[in-house]
Design a protein around this ligand. Structure first.
Ligand SMILES: Cc1cc2nc3c(=O)[nH]c(=O)nc-3n(C[C@H](O)[C@H](O)[C@H](O)COP(=O)(O)O)c2cc1C
Length: 160
């Protein structure tokens, strides 16, 4: 069974809540998932997973310093993430407060690592987003994101 690592940073709980909903979707999709606060994870351990999804609060239109630190430290393993699945999600304080720019910044790093990124043609296209704590809409889209990523992981692993 493929293994997915969900890393998030959260100071006031919104991103942590969204992370748990993405994880629910992944589990429903039949993939093993590990959920971790990013400050408790290392790029070295991430190498042992088939996919990595990163969630961040929006800080001035981009990811938190904790998420950026993880990515910058991942350079020591450049090449080792090639072909893994990458994803991102974000929470903000305001509508149009930077969720999409934050997600794209994380996805850019995954692409630079040579990872595979998948969108959602119906839900939150780039990755799930929430303004404040996740509401019904955000929860549904987080589940969709988790399931889409699980489907891709299984396909890449040659599973149905
Ligand atoms: C330093 C800082 C910068 C922030 N910058 C933005 C911002 O640019 N746009 C926005 O909409 N919200 C901004 N916020 C609000 C957070 O993104 C929002 O409250 C988020 O949901 C917090 O996530 P958390 O509960 O997981 O910590 C900022 C908050 C902090 C503390």
């Amino acid at each position: 069974m493929p293994k997915l690592l969900i890393l998030y940073y959260s100071r006031t709980g919104n991103t942590e809540k969204l992370a748990k909903e993405v994880a629910e979707g992944v589990k429903t999709g039949g993939v093993a998932v590990t959920l971790k606060m990013i400050t408790e994870a290392t790029p070295e351990e991430a190498v042992g997973y088939d996919g990595i999804v990163m969630g961040s609060p929006v800080y001035y239109g981009s990811m938190s310093a904790e998420c950026k630190k993880f990515l910058d430290e991942s350079v020591r393993f450049h090449g080792k993430f090639k072909g893994k699945v990458g994803g991102a999600f974000a929470t903000s304080g305001n509508l149009a407060g930077g969720n999409e720019t934050t997600i794209m910044d994380i996805l850019k790093a995954w692409l630079i690592h040579g990872m595979i990124v998948v969108g959602d043609h119906q839900g939150d296209h780039y990755g799930s987003v929430s303004v404040g704590a996740p509401d019904k809409r955000a929860i549904a889209n987080a589940h969709r994101q988790g399931q889409i990523i699980a489907e891709l992981l299984k396909k890449l692993a040659g599973e149905k």
